[in-house]
Design a protein around this ligand. Sequence first.
Ligand code: BTN
Length: 262
Amino acid sequence: MLDKERILSGFRTLSLQHRVEIIDRVDSTNKRAKELLSQINANDCIVIATEQTLGRGRLNRTWYSPKGGLYFSMIIKTDTRVKSCALYGLMAACAIHEALKVEIGLQTHLKWPNDLLVDTRKLSGILSELVVQGQNEGSNFVILGIGINVNTLTEEFPEDLREIVTSIRTERGCDTPLEDLLVAIVSRIDWWLQTDPSLTKVFYVYNKVCGTVGSEVLIELPEMTIQGLAKGIDEYGHLLVQDVSGRTHMLDFGDVVYLRSM
Ligand code: BTN
């Protein structure tokens, strides 16, 4: 079970006063966060679970969530100046990337839109969902769901995932306190929300750290496949891919496949 006092004392120095709900076992922290939003004024709430039974991923996938991982969802009131809600996910990816590097010396590869990999194996993913409340744009929320394989071992994952995932424990060879990692990430997300609430600077920072930028990529969309050079991310968070004919495609979702090894 997570140590709530350790988390709260880590949050004490932050300017945002988060309310924290810790659950031992839940289907999905994003789902629980949506329930909270429908019941109470849940702005700045964080739902954390020791384990998820129906963890959800992007593009209707599942997120395997046994004990030992970090699974949490932050409820954030959106700022009407933010050009696209996707920017919240990109900002969180930058925050996790930096927290892992600074706090535990783990260098990750940030793959658009918000996967964190070590070499080619996935360590962390983000599912951000927009919740529209009423007709007023000023009362929309983003649920930022973050999953990180922390103290699980790759061998403990189901066979079909073993070759494509990794964990901090696998990479470092030792355990990492979940509470400290959570505080390190949330404090960086808070810093962004406080200093750049319109998220205008996210695309500068993201372009610098994202490993997809400058790579030859292939992206399969429902109606077509796009192949070309990933030129960068625009201020909405779209990935700009230039194909061989010189045409630039502006993508807002999809799975990137690298055509050369990273
Ligand atoms: C992905 O890479 O597909 C995104 C995975 C996101 C998983 C996290 S774990 C906490 C939160 N609750 C969920 O059900 N999903 C997100």
